[in-house]
Design a protein around this ligand. Structure first.
Ligand SMILES: Nc1nc2c(c(=O)[nH]1)N[C@H]1C(S)=C(S)[C@@H](COP(=O)(O)OP(=O)(O)OC[C@H]3O[C@@H](n4cnc5c(=O)[nH]c(N)nc54)[C@H](O)[C@@H]3O)O[C@H]1N2
Ligand SMILES: Nc1nc2c(c(=O)[nH]1)N[C@H]1C(S)=C(S)[C@@H](COP(=O)(O)OP(=O)(O)OC[C@H]3O[C@@H](n4cnc5c(=O)[nH]c(N)nc54)[C@H](O)[C@@H]3O)O[C@H]1N2
Ligand code: SF4
Ligand SMILES: [Mo]
Length: 724
């Protein structure tokens, strides 16, 4: 177990009528340790307490975590399947009636079979999410390929971790989000954090960040907004949205020019140094400043601090990844570590702050359009053969690769895809360019949605299936360190709700594919098959048994067999996963965002999160405290910009782009660039900022450019009309 200086054993005090179930939060990749308090007479969850004995978070939790338990027995929970009888009400909450599971299953099977008979196997699609355990994510990939036999599966991680994954694959040949455990962070000498609102999005990391500064180390933050993290930074690089590639190239240029490159390391363990050196040489502080808007002196100082630090960690999140050059940004910032050799050892390395609870594990085991379990590729015949032998199908039966998440909606629009099985995601809020995406959902011949609450996306469904919360089932997730941990069951599913693995097994049986699924009668049984399927892939979980996970406080992958304790540190042996064992330093030319500001749309719109809500908000908007703290979206505007537009704090503006418009209350705030506006995206229907965002995709990762597009705003007069 990785303990650190903050670790203290604190005994749990038990109440005679309560039991504590040790588990982790349902939300973000931090996966804070918590004990759910269960009333042993009623067998219901009644509260929560932090787990001081969880080494990553040591009893810390954020406002979402301390209220997460309120989801389980919430009055809005879906308790029985719903069937739509009124097609004219599609896209609203109305027009559903309750049904039995048998009736719902019969209808789904009848419709799915009819669509496939008429339009072929690939007329169906699966869109999933990674708030699910590894076991469920694994089974969902198998369900699409073996039960539905369709090529079209992708998931919400495409909007989240796809650029980090593509960038790390290019740099290292492997994608484990962090090269080192979180318990190292506070011991480093310099943190360089780009495009992460850590204090609001990974709040329980902050005590380690502050400790770096308390020890005399440095914090450098690159963000167009002065977030709570940036406010305390030693240097805040307040760049224009979408210009990270120039900033990263500028940093690498200064590191090389000022003698901070580690020539011996570069020579022994990397490729690509010379091309990169030549490419970044044009990114002088002055040129970089012209593109990014960051003062040259700040760039020089930042490179000096990072270059001189004995140990340093580069971290980033969606701010740099949700761009059309997102995967390039990941590799370009990773170049900082590779050029200076600050990687592959304790206290130095690189980490993306993985977003969703199982954002790491969920991207490894076959929910992606082109991926199979263990991070295998569906385009690699050897990989296909390996998985076929676990699944018991012939290689010829394995479907072809599909298309990425946003492209699936385009395929729905053009009727290539006619049916959708949606689970654990709410794209009617969270996908870009919502006017198109909502139209795509409406145009489907048949749609099923599995959720715990009736989401904005469920409003488009023909059948809604009630699933269970994380607290009513068990399994593993992989946190942002790459540590596989155990989620434990605290309560029986309420109403008639069922876990997604069971729904998939029962549907597969009714679709006539029972022989591939019927043996999967519990999460533990799914786990057994899943570990076997991952065996031999580079995301190898075979040795990560539930026993070992309990005993060791988690197991870092790869963990190949029973004697392997797992891999907290990647690349300690300086062996990277490319064929020659070397890491790739990448020469990446700068290109601006897909849409630059212009006369008609002079502002840069960027989007993101607040501490009180989670993603599409379908869970957190229902929790009274979280709703009270942040009941509606708003647009952040700099005071000078507000003056220019003649708008005041709390007034309503119409914000618009080439794709759509919406009305927002103005929050006048100095903590943003004058040329940039920011809107949080956690809200539905006409309050969704994604009505405005651009579906321009990163060519490598297929990540949409959520973080930069061109916008304009106008004040709304009292009668509700825009003032022109
Ligand atoms: N409270 C809360 N926490 C969460 C979540 C949540 O919904 N709510 N979601 C979880 C998930 S799934 C994710 S993916 C993570 C996301 O975690 P983050 O990536 O930290 O969150 P965001 O708010 O999307 O964006 C981060 C920062 O990027 C900045 N930014 C915008 N454009 C640019 C740019 O062009 N360059 C740079 N360098 N920065 C830019 C924004 O100002 C913002 O401060 O959070 C996880 N944690
Ligand atoms: N403009 C803009 N848009 C963005 C982003 C941004 O920064 N800006 N960020 C993107 C990112 S990083 C992400 S991760 C996506 C997330 O976008 P979504 O995938 O829409 O995120 P969630 O709100 O988590 O949706 C999960 C849904 O599944 C339900 N659910 C929870 N647990 C379970 C379960 O076990 N089973 C089932 N069946 N359902 C369950 C929840 O109630 C919820 O309705 O949004 C993306 N969209
Ligand atoms: S930081 Fe993330 S995992 Fe921890 S309590 Fe908050 S939402 Fe949950
Ligand atoms: Mo995410």
């Amino acid at each position: 177990m990785l303990k650190d200086k903050f670790y203290k054993e604190i005994p749990n005090i038990h109440h005679p009528k309560e039991k504590l179930v040790a588990t982790h939060c349902s939300y973000c990749g931090m996966q804070c340790g918590m004990n759910l308090r269960v009333d042993t007479d009623k067998n219901t969850i009644i509260g929560v307490e932090p787990r001081y004995d969880w080494p990553v978070t040591l009893g810390k939790m954020c406002p979402k975590g301390v209220t997460a338990y309120q989801q389980t027995n919430h009055a809005d929970r879906l308790l029985r399947p719903l069937i739509r009888d009124d097609a004219s009400k599609k896209g609203t909450k109305e027009g559903f009636r309750e049904a039995s599971w048998d009736e719902a299953y019969d209808l789904i099977v009848h419709k799915f079979k009819a669509l496939q008979a008429q339009y072929g196997k690939d007329s169906l699609s699966v869109f999933s999410g990674v708030s699910m355990t590894n076991e469920k994510c694994y089974l969902t990939g198998k369900f699409a390929r073996v039960a539905l036999q369709t090529r079209y599966i992708d998931y919400n991680g495409r909007f989240c971790m796809s650029s980090a994954a593509a960038g790390f694959l290019r740099s290292f040949g492997v994608d484990r989000g962090s090269t080192l455990p979180w318990t190292d962070i506070h011991e480093t000498d310099c943190l360089f954090i780009a495009g992460s609102n850590t204090a609001e999005c990974h709040p329980t990391s902050m005590f380690r960040v502050w400790e770096v500064q308390n020890r005399g180390g440095y914090l450098i933050v690159a963000d167009p907004r002065e977030t709570p993290l940036a406010r305390r930074a030693d240097l805040h690089l307040d760049l224009k949205p979408g210009t990270d590639l120039a900033l990263a190239n500028g940093m690498v240029h200064l590191l090389i020019q000022n003698g901070y490159a580690d020539d011996a390391f570069v020579q022994a363990h990397t490729n690509g140094f010379e091309e990169t050196k030549a490419l970044v040489s044009q990114f002088t502080p002055e040129y970089t400043s012209e593109i990014t808007g960051v003062a040259p002196e700040k760039l020089i100082r930042a490179a000096e601090i990072y270059g001189k630090a004995p140990n340093a960690i580069v971290m980033f999140a969606r701010g740099i990844e949700q761009q059309t050059r997102g995967s390039d940004n990941v590799s370009a910032y990773t170049n900082m570590c590779l050029v200076t050799g600050k990687i592959g050892r304790p206290k130095s390395g690189v980490a993306t702050l993985t977003g969703q609870g199982n954002g790491q594990g969920g991207r490894e085991h076959g929910q992606k359009a082109d991926a199979l379990p263990g991070y295998r590729k569906i385009t690699n015949p050897k990989h296909v053969k390996e998985i076929c032998s676990v699944w018991g199908i012939e290689p010829e039966e394995m479907p072809q690769p599909g298309v990425s998440a946003y492209e699936m909606f385009e395929f729905m629009q053009n009727k290539t895809i006619r049916g959708l099985y949606l689970l654990c995601s709410n794209p009617a809020v969270s996908a870009p360019n919502l006017n198109e995406v909502r139209g795509a959902l409406k145009s489907l011949d048949f749609m099923v949605c599995s959720d715990i609450f009736l989401s904005e996306s469920a409003e488009f469904a023909d059948v809604v299936l009630p699933s269970v919360t994380w607290s009513e089932d068990e399994g593993t997730v992989t946190n942002l360190e790459g540590r596989i941990i155990k989620i434990n069951k605290a309560q029986e599913p309420i109403g008639e709700s069922k876990p997604d693995w069971l729904i998939e097994v029962e549907l597969a049986e009714r679709l006539g594919r029972g022989k591939y699924f019927s043996h999967l009668t519990s999460p533990a049984k799914v786990a057994e098959e899943f570990r076997l399927a991952s065996k031999g892939g580079y995301a190898d979980y075979y040795g990560a048994t539930w026993d070992k996970i309990e005993k060791q406080n988690g197991v870092f992958w790869p963990c190949k067999d029973k004697d392997d304790l797992g891999t907290p540190y990647m690349f300690l042996d300086q062996q990277y996963y490319h064929a020659d064992g070397k890491a790739q330093i990448c020469a990446l030319p700068y290109r601006p965002p897909a849409e630059e500001p212009c006369e008609q749309y002079p502002l840069r719109l960027t989007t993101g999160r607040v501490v009180y809500h989670y993603l599409s908000g379908n869970q957190t908007r229902r929790i009274p405290f979280l709703h009270d703290m942040c009941p509606e979206p708003y647009v952040e505007v700099h005071p000078e910009t507000a003056r220019q537009y003649g708008i005041e704090h709390d007034e309503i503006v119409q914000l618009f782009t080439r794709r759509g418009e919406a009305h927002f209350k103005v929050k006048v705030i100095e903590a943003i660039r004058k040329d940039t506006v920011f809107v949080p995206y956690h809200f539905g229907h006409e309050q969704s900022i994604n009505l405005l965002t651009i579906p321009a995709l990163d060519p490598m990762s297929r990540m949409p450019e959520f973080k930069a597009c061109a916008a304009q705003m106008e004040k709304i007069a009292a009668h509700g009309e825009a003032v022109r």
